[in-house]
Design a protein around this ligand. Structure first.
Ligand code: PEP
Ligand code: MN
Length: 337
């Protein structure tokens, strides 16, 4: 600072003084807020508080307070996690084809033979283009339910529209809210009233706060499990960017059971196994993965579907006592979807 003129030096000194005062205030606020949360015994996401803070919104304070609250929440370990849609203990693997298609029954057999208790498959598909396979709707969901019942599998399946929700919830064990519907508040309110446990995907551009805000529509009404499925990234290598840190943070802040979906989260089948293992190592609760007996024949998302042998490897790698090691990806990513 020695080559600065006296006025600049004086102003710099004032700024430095203010910066350290702000630093002290933020860390004092941080410890009081952490103490308050411990006292309440609840995670920091609090709709009433949210409202109160939004009332004092200003260009400076809202972002600052949000940053502080996010940081403080991440340091807390919840003593009593909320009930999720899946078993509270262990790591749950849900596998199945992207869509209910003409190989459904074979895919169900594979899931059951792998020793899994849960299957996924979509009867209504959210597709970018109207000419892509849209799913066969309620008849497909009935077929999924019947096939799963024969093999004693539980069913996770997505409902796209409020119109279909009442009939669909009767046929699933867990209803999936897809990424494109993560902030469809009318659908969330309806599902809160219908009473089925919900797997809530993260929207491709949802902040953690927005994702937890969406979960708050369901929280207290039905068991909720969050599912990180990748956010919009910058690198075209990946369909989406699996935000593992975001999943851990959402779990810590919101107290929800939290899964990952590395199939949609990467778009690359060869990355699914290592990402599931990473999610388990990070303390998450489960994973949703796509599987197909003939990935190239799948009417949707074949590029990211595990083959039968890959599912078997994954189940083996997740077995207790197995070293946490991902098998080497052995295929080149394909791009069409
Ligand atoms: C799916 O799980 O089949 C699906 C469409 O996922 P997402 O909503 O995450 O894209
Ligand atoms: Mn899919």
């Amino acid at each position: 600072m020695s080559d600065l003129d006296p006025d600049t030096r004086r102003l710099r000194t004032v700024l430095d003084g203010l910066d350290s005062e702000i630093g002290r205030l933020v860390s004092r606020r941080d410890s009081i807020a952490a103490e308050l949360i411990r006292h309440k015994g609840k995670p920091p996401y609090d709709p009433a508080r949210e409202h109160e803070i939004a009332g004092k919104d200003s260009a400076l304070w809202l972002p600052l307070l949000r940053r502080v609250r996010t940081a403080e929440g991440a340091r807390l370990t919840l003593s009593s996690p909320k009930p999720g849609a899946f078993p509270a203990e262990g790591f749950t693997l849900v596998a199945g084809p992207c869509s209910v298609d003409n190989r459904l029954e074979e895919n169900l057999e594979v899931v059951a033979r792998a020793g899994l208790g849960w299957v996924r498959a979509g009867a209504w598909k959210a597709r970018t283009f109207p000419w892509s396979f849209q799913g066969e709707g309620l008849p497909a969901l009935r077929r999924l339910r019947d096939g799963a019942d024969r093999l004693k599998l539980k069913v996770v399946s997505e409902v796209l529209s409020e119109l279909d929700a009442p009939a669909a919830v009767e046929l699933v064990d867990v209803v999936q809210v897809g990424a494109r519907n993560a902030q469809n508040f009318a659908l969330l309110k309806q599902l809160a009233a219908l009473g089925k446990p919900v797997l809530l995907k993260r929207g491709p551009s949802c902040t953690i706060e927005e994702w937890l805000g969406a979960a708050a529509y369901l929280d207290g009404h039905v068991p909720v499990t969050l599912c990180e499925r990748g956010v919009r990234g910058f690198d075209p290598c990946f369909r989406n960017l699996l935000d593992l840190a975001g999943a851990v943070l959402a779990r810590q802040l919101g107290g929800f059971q939290t899964f990952v979906d590395p199939s949609h989260g990467t778009g690359i089948a060869g990355l699914v196994v290592p990402m599931v293992l990473a999610a388990r190592a990070a303390g998450l609760d489960g994973a949703l993965v796509e599987l197909h007996v003939a990935p190239h024949e799948s009417p949707s998302d074949g590029d990211q579907a595990l083959r039968v042998d890959e599912l078997r490897d994954l189940v083996r790698a997740l077995a207790p006592g197995e070293p946490e090691r991902a098998s080497k990806p052995d295929r080149v990513p394909v791009s069409s979807r």
